[in-house]
Design a protein around this ligand. Sequence first.
Ligand code: MG
Length: 343
Amino acid sequence: MKLRFKPYMLKLRHVFTLANSSRSETPVVLIRIDSDGLSGYGEASLPPYLGATQESVMAFLSKVDLNRFSLDDSLTDILDYIAHIESGNTAAKAALDIALHDLYGKSQNQPLWKRWNLSPQETTPTSFTIGIDSAEGIRNKVREAADFKILKVKLGSDSDKMIIETIREISDVPLYVDANQGWSDPHFALDMLHWLAERNVVMAEQPMPVDRLDETAWLTSRSPIPVIADESFQRYDDFAKIKDAFSGVNIKLMKCTGLHEARRIISAAREADLKIMLGCMTETSCAIAAAVQIASLVDYVDLDGHLLITNDAFSGLRLSDGKVLPSDLPGLGVIPVNDIFND
Ligand code: MG
């Protein structure tokens, strides 16, 4: 197998404002793994708060020797080799996991969802994210999002109630909210969750800071709606730490090193009776298509990352009745728009 990689800069449709930051670009690294005339594609998405950079991802990928493997080796053995090269590097490992799943799916001439006996049509609609903005900006974004059945709203600033009331002037779709750790007082957070639940907010992501686990447990046990761990939950091994403090977990391929571990997390979360959200970073259709393969297994789908950019490097996903659906093509089912690896 031969590995290639290229840095690529995603241009965001709107400046993206969270509780603590704003940005208009997201750096990614796109990868391609070739074997037996087939190419598998993968992607590492690197929003700044995760700490990895294009340079750190490429430095890790330079240490990965796939020449020693062929399609006769098992995918699990290759992933095991990659996992043990160095700790951390979760987005770089996710890129490799995604590209290898694409490659093996193509070698078996089957979309991954079919290989895993899943039914993408049974997936719940994706939420579509509305960033923090002025009232007029929010009205415009909500109008632009008319194709979506669920909106996700970023909270955690002084204008939380204004944002929700502005949306409710023009839309009655269910809302997810994500405070991105923005509420530090649990009593304030509980009052907010009750106020939000009365306005058809059906789920809240990461209301309180990561280091406030006991207060989050207090909040979750009293909350009228499920409280989901995002920043507090990265990988499978985090379960023990957070399972009593939250109603569920937000799985992102870039946090958990890809599809192999994501599927293990889904099984464990079901066993622990936890809700499951499947989220993303701003990503091209490549990494989103990977998550879409398993989206029918989860309760909350938040896979809009490819819809928030203007220079998607892949095609193959479609939006139907508010659901992001994969194609019937083998592997991830995506096709590069330009072959950026040909130079
Ligand atoms: Mg979040």
